[in-house]
Design a protein around this ligand. Structure first.
Ligand code: HEM
Length: 230
């Protein structure tokens, strides 16, 4: 199944893209949208936490967690710990990010869960949580039998990649939805902000593509340290 190429070039591009995307989403929400805060009379500022936490958490840190087996020249046990901790950080930031969207809606008297984006979003966070808990119990603590781990691993990889692709697709839908709201309220369709948001969304999809390419490529040291499920 693996592509006959090394993952390193893909993971380097991925790290650079990740940093660029984090900067872009912060510039958008701080410079263009007025800032990110937890409490304010200007409720839009509370919403701004949502794209920032979802992109930096689920998309970027979640993506880095997935490729950590391919990008780090470390022992398997260390990589496993890094993998599960990065996913835990991604999950917690994702939960806080979704909470921020609900908080904004509730404090602005806007209905909850009316869009495809929000339905997929709830599904994603539940599946991400289930995937993390199952992985923790079977591969880390208390740990399953050798047979269960062997049989679970390909499912863990495929299911994990599937949930991650949903994350990337839903982030793109989120950018589209927010930009459409803004354009319907008068934002210039070809203005700097619209271009910035579309650019960030395209970058998000590219980032997802590099995660998939890294997963399908050969890790740093395909020796006794590495899993090579794909
Ligand atoms: C991939 C990660 C994401 C997930 C899992 C996610 C999940 C959610 C959920 C569950 C809601 C519903 C909140 C409620 O009903 O009160 C929501 C709302 C919203 N999200 Fe996201 N989101 C993600 C990324 C983004 C991004 C990157 C943007 C870009 C701006 C965005 C824009 C929005 C908007 C505009 C709303 C309010 C309208 C609506 O409920 O559809 N989301 N999101």
């Amino acid at each position: 199944m693996a592509l006959g190429v090394k993952a390193a070039p893909f993971t380097f591009v991925l790290h650079a893209l990740g940093i660029a995307l984090a900067v872009l989403v912060l510039i958008w929400n701080i410079d263009f949208r007025g800032g990110i805060v937890w409490e304010s009379t200007n409720k839009s500022l509370i919403f701004n936490l949502h794209p920032v936490l979802m992109l930096i958490g689920l998309v970027i840190i979640g993506g880095e967690a997935i490729v950590s087996y391919k990008s780090l020249p470390l022992k398997k046990e260390v990589k496993k710990l890094i993998h599960l901790v990065l996913h835990a950080i991604a999950l917690v930031l994702g939960i806080i990010g979704i909470y921020a969207a609900f908080k904004f809606h509730n404090e602005s008297n806007i209905a909850n869960l009316y869009s495809l984006h929000s339905w997929l979003g709830i599904g994603i966070i539940v599946l991400y949580g289930i995937q993390w808990i199952y992985g923790f119990l079977v591969f880390f603590f208390p740990g399953g039998t050798n047979g269960l781990r062997r049989e679970s691993l390909p499912w863990h990889v495929v299911f994990g990649l599937f949930v991650y692709l949903l994350v990337v697709a839903n982030a793109a839908i989120g950018f589209l939805e927010k930009l459409t709201f803004l354009e319907n309220s008068g934002l210039a369709k070809y203005g700097t902000e619209a271009i910035l948001v579309n650019f960030t969304a395209v970058g998000t999809i590219l980032f997802g593509a590099f995660v998939v390419l890294s997963v399908l490529s050969q890790g740093q040291a395909e020796d006794e340290y590495s899993y090579s499920a794909i």
